[in-house]
Design a binder for this molecule. Structure first.
Ligand code: CP
Length: 310
């Protein structure tokens, strides 16, 4: 079983590491649906420390901890309601909070913030998204979703479309999936392409990939289509958003004439790039994907505390 001290990114996760996490997650279905009571982490406290807004990540971390019998303390808006507002540094905040809990799930706007937190913390840091860098628990829940929807992680054509430059979720997903036998197609508005450091890992692992602008053709050939929103809050020039927001919109007409089932995913929230007319398509997996966040976060907590469920 994989041993983890902190979870700051998927860059160094091997295929075996990912398979281990998935196996634990799948074993926690009944606990995470509330069908089975668990006291696995009843003596543990998780702190959720979020410097950026979140619906899914923070609440699914908290649900996961509570489903495992643990307790949660939470700062949902650390920029304005913690002492960060008075100017406290991240290292000082971490060296304070780690006296109150047994693990910290942190979201921060700074790329690399999770590594900084980990270097100061005496308890495990779980990166809940750091700037445009990584969102490893999202990457793992996305991989779990693909495995559950497709029954395998090998032999798949995976299309990613949207703002691949600023989306940390697709960074982590690409890093994680590049341990498997997949083919990537990347589609982005000009200037919003996948970052070179991600492509370097993909190349180094010998994973085939292409970059195109033809979404219709890519969908025809895809097993999985992963859509992401334009990360408006990360643009240097906010005016760019209005110019590019409609460049790629995934709607039901793109699936016309596609005979095999395509798995459609999105990290959510969606803000126009994924039409609601896709919701009734059998391959639309994005709300099933949100539950897998509870499974993955519960599995990671169990693994970090070396308390594997029986
Ligand atoms: N997918 C994701 O990170 O969603 P939230 O921003 O709502 O946590």
């Amino acid at each position: 079983m994989v041993t983890l001290k902190h979870i700051t990114g998927l860059k160094d996760f091997s295929r075996r590491d990912i398979e281990d996490v998935l196996e634990v997650a799948i074993g926690l279905e009944d606990v995470c649906w509330g069908k089975k009571v668990s006291k696995l982490l009843e003596d543990k406290v998780l702190a959720t420390l979020f410097y950026e807004p979140s619906t899914r990540t923070r609440l699914s971390f908290e649900a996961a901890m509570q489903r495992l019998g643990g307790k949660v303390i939470s700062v949902a808006d650390a920029k304005s309601t913690s002492s960060a507002w008075k100017g406290e540094s991240l290292p000082d905040t971490i060296r304070t909070i780690d006296n109150y809990c047994d693990a910290i799930a942190m979201r921060h706007p700074g790329s690399g913030a999770a590594e900084i937190a980990a270097s100061y913390s005496r308890v495990p840091i779980l990166n809940a998204g750091d700037g445009t860098n990584e969102h490893p628990t999202q990457g793992l829940l996305d991989i779990l979703t693909i495995r559950k929807e497709r029954g395998t992680l090998d032999g798949l054509k995976v299309v990613m479309v949207g703002d691949l430059k600023h989306t940390r979720s697709t960074n982590s997903l690409t890093l994680g999936l590049s341990n498997f036998d997949v083919k990537f197609t990347f589609i982005s508005p000009s200037g919003f392409e996948t970052s070179p450091w991600i492509l370097d890992v993909v190349k180094k692992r010998g994973v085939p990939y292409s970059q195109t602008t033809d979404l219709k053709q890519a969908v025809q050939e895809a097993d999985v289509v992963y859509i992401c929103r334009i990360q408006k809050e990360r643009l240097e020039d906010p005016g760019d958003y209005e110019k590019i927001k409609g460049t790629y919109v995934f709607n039901r007409s793109l699936l016309e004439g596609v005979t095999k089932l395509v798995t459609v995913m999105h990290h959510l929230p969606r803000v126009g790039e994924l039409s609601e007319d896709v919701d009734s398509y059998p391959g639309a997996a994005y709300f099933r994907q949100t539950f897998n966040g509870v499974l993955i976060r519960a599995a990671l907590l169990a693994i970090l505390f070396n308390r594997l469920p029986e």
